[in-house]
Design a protein around this ligand. Structure first.
Ligand code: LLP
Length: 423
């Protein structure tokens, strides 16, 4: 459920008409709903809370999905921790007042500087993804006289996810260590006084709509906890990652948080661990839209009808990159039969196509449209390709709204590039 609804023929976000936002900030622009963000966080936590083994879990929002400071602060206030993958994301989480202890630092290629920074600010868990990284974390911890809290990221060799490019759990993917290696590294970490090994972590993919691979991966994790303990090693945390899919409206509804929680609970049952989750898309995707305007409709004599928008692949890259399907809704519907449109942006690439032969009601130049489910992996993946300024971001709360990231001016964009002195 989300808070983007039709009222008297026009699309609103909570108690704010989207047309009003477009009038003030222009298009393209991202718009997020506070109530939806809060609701998704709450239903996730409530679903976990139905199981004894998951009570008190740390729900660390995957900052990569939507790193806007006001979005993070909204979730932090609701109680969320943060799953981060760079110094920049850790800084964002801290700026949004996530307690350092509730920050998880993941990622296959953490630099020396990033690890040192994470230790200095006191993040609660560094997910170590390889043997060299474990060595690096230990030596940086020793140098700085700190004890590094680590978890070993295990690659359970189970692939899952909505698209090959977002599947991370297969043995050939770059993420994590094999189960056998994990046992060895875990023992090494437990023996190193510079490290406090807290547990094990996994994340097998994103936009997962079938819980079976998750159940298999979680079972591998459970077995590993038991094996480690049999070997006399303490395991206090079990991080089961993110990955729960969301409805993009062109597919049957994916399993909800209750079904997901039941699968996770089975894995954690009786282990007496603190469970950790890293949901991103589940919380943010349907809490945001990308507002765009129709530049014109271009009808080819041979039949194709192009809806040319002022939003492009640089603003929302998911269709170009993953063949992702985003529902497209007119902000104010016109009467008339639906016809098929190829929905494209102004970037000079054929890949700048949001949808092919999408049936839509009549649309004209100047009309506003909204790409739905764009709150996760939307603005964060935007670029200034074709020197198109990054779309601004707006956060709505009821009838009030705020510009939470400005659109840069052309002057700002050009000013970032000092001329080489010889030019
Ligand atoms: N934890 C780790 C270690 C991850 O790598 C990810 C996502 C998450 C948590 C959050 O997963 P979620 O709950 O959002 O599925 N750009 C792609 C998605 C890439 C996901 C990368 N990792 C897309 O637009 O579909």
């Amino acid at each position: 459920m989300n808070h983007f609804e039709l009222r008297e023929g026009a699309l609103w976000c909570e108690d704010t008409p989207l047309a009003e936002i477009a009038r003030v900030v222009g298009t393209p622009a991202y718009v997020y709903s506070t109530a939806t963000l809060q609701r998704h966080y709450r239903v996730f936590v409530e679903a976990l809370g139905e199981h004894e083994s998951l009570r008190g879990a740390l729900v660390a929002f995957a900052v990569k999905a939507n790193s806007n400071l006001s979005v993070l602060a909204t979730l932090a206030r609701a109680g969320a921790g943060a799953d981060t993958v760079s110094e920049g994301e850790i800084r964002r989480a801290l700026a949004a007042r996530v307690a350092p202890e509730r920050i998880v630092f993941s990622g296959v290629g953490k630099t020396y500087a990033e690890i040192a920074f994470a230790l200095e600010v006191g993040v609660g868990q560094i997910n170590v993804e390889s043997e060299p990284e474990l060595g690096a974390v230990a030596s940086i911890a020793r140098e700085s006289g700190r004890c590094a809290p680590v978890a070993i990221r295990v690659n359970p060799d189970i692939a899952a996810g909505g698209h090959a490019k977002i599947s991370t759990g297969a043995a050939e993917s770059k993420f994590g260590v094999s189960r056998g290696e994990a046992e060895r590294l875990y023992a090494a970490a437990a023996a190193d006084p510079a490290l406090k090994v807290r547990g094990i972590a996994c994340h097998i993919g994103s936009q997962i709509t079938d819980l079976a691979p998750m159940a298999s991966a979680f079972a591998v994790m459970r077995e590993l906890v038991l094996d480690l303990r049999r070997g006399g090693l303490p395991v206090e945390r079990l991080d089961l990652g993110g990955g729960l899919g969301v409805p993009y409206f062109n597919q049957p509804d994916p399993p909800g948080p209750q079904a997901f929680a039941a699968v996770a609970a089975k894995a954690a049952e009786g282990l007496d661990v603190q469970a950790v989750f890293e949901p991103g898309r589940f919380i943010a995707a349907n809490a945001g839209i990308l507002l765009a305007s129709v530049i014109h409709v271009h009808e080819r004599p041979e039949g194709r009808r192009f809806l040319v928008l002022d939003a492009a692949m640089n603003d929302l890259i998911r269709p170009a990159m993953y063949d992702a399907w985003h529902d497209l809704r007119p902000v104010r519907s016109r009467q008339g039969p639906r016809r098929d449109y190829d929905v494209v942006g102004p970037v000079c690439e054929t890949g700048d196509t949001f949808a092919r032969a999408r049936p839509l009601p009549p649309l004209e130049s100047g009309d506003l449209v909204a790409f739905m489910s764009a709150g996760a992996y939307g603005a964060v993946m935007a670029s200034e390709y074709n020197t198109r300024p990054l779309a601004p971001e707006v956060l709505v709360r009821g009838a009030e709204w705020a510009l939470v990231r400005r659109r840069p001016t052309y002057e700002e964009i050009l000013a970032r590039e000092p001329a080489a002195p010889w030019l």
